[in-house]
Design a protein around this ligand. Sequence first.
Ligand SMILES: Cc1ncc(COP(=O)(O)O)c(C=O)c1O
Length: 392
Amino acid sequence: MKPLFPEELLADIPPMPALPPAASARIADFLSEMERQAATFVGYPCAQDFDYSEITPLLRYSLNNVGDPFGESIYRQNTFAFEREVVAFFQKHLRAPAGETWGYTTAGGTEGNLYGLYLARELYPNGMVYYSEHTHYSAAKIVRVLGARSIMIRGREDGEIDYDDLRETLKIHRDVPPIILANIGTTMHGAIDDLGKIRAMLKELAIARYYIHADAALSGMILPWVADPQPFGFDAGIDSIAVSGHKFIGSPMPCGVALARRTHVDRVARSVEYVGCMDTTIAGSRNALSPLILWSAIQRRGEAGLRARAVECFSLADRAIAKFKAAGIYAWRHKNSNTVVFPRPGPEVLARWQIAPSRDIAHIITMPHVTRAMIDAVVADVATSLHQPKGT
Ligand SMILES: Cc1ncc(COP(=O)(O)O)c(C=O)c1O
């Protein structure tokens, strides 16, 4: 039989019913509401300075990146080719030795953390997971999911792990391999655990079998662009790393990239006939649009654009700190971080500016979409709240 053209094969697909007018109006209202919300979006580390409308025509296809992006899948409506380029970009900038790591695009930083700790647990089934009290809440959930043993280590007031507590705790449990979840940018303080110190500690305690996973949700795509980064990548001895894609790079949907040493990944890879490729990822069906979005951001901005964006974020953070200072409020940030920490204001300020507090502190994160006008307004609101006489 003569092969048919795609148009002939697709001719009978029924069109989708039109959106009823009331539903259209609802979407229009929602869009206006999102525009309003965007004007006060200063509390989360998610960039919102993007427009990926080039992918809109692709919303007509059931794209799915099921399986290993480095394999060939029977399911060909995938964006594996783009995903591989995104992974290569992250490998380069997270300083992975050529050919020694593997990676994929995840649903976000949490999945990347789950992936890293899963590989660690497979390598060391009786390993003990250590993480500081400033670690993102996903860590505690992940150790429960994995059924892994874990110990929470004290955190310093500035957000870094308490190295003395880590050393003492490691000493007590020298019989089991440590699996250390190091923060490369904590959620609340933007603090970076010192990988050099942690590795020196392991050496000093003569612990040879260990695993280090780096949670670099935000800072993993900031540190590659700064002149003097704290140790953060594979060159600093990590085994795996999780970075969110919707944070510094920016994406309309949550996404991320997980990278790990290939030898660890090989231990978990299974061949699956149903999709015709290796099952190396946590999720089966995976978002195929997010690799396109990350790829588009990389194409549009390039390394130079991302570097310039990081510089802008720091300069805005310094401006915020100066404004807070002028208002009589002590605010600060870590080196190479755009998380500006200040005393916790009243609930009305937190709600207005979408700010998540923790104990007696709050933060704003000067992401690329945050404007000077937003900073000035938020500082004024915080100052009014903090300078209010108690009890009013
Ligand atoms: C340090 C850190 N790790 C992990 C996560 C989780 O990332 P995601 O929201 O992409 O799952 C976050 C989110 O804010 C974070 O700040």
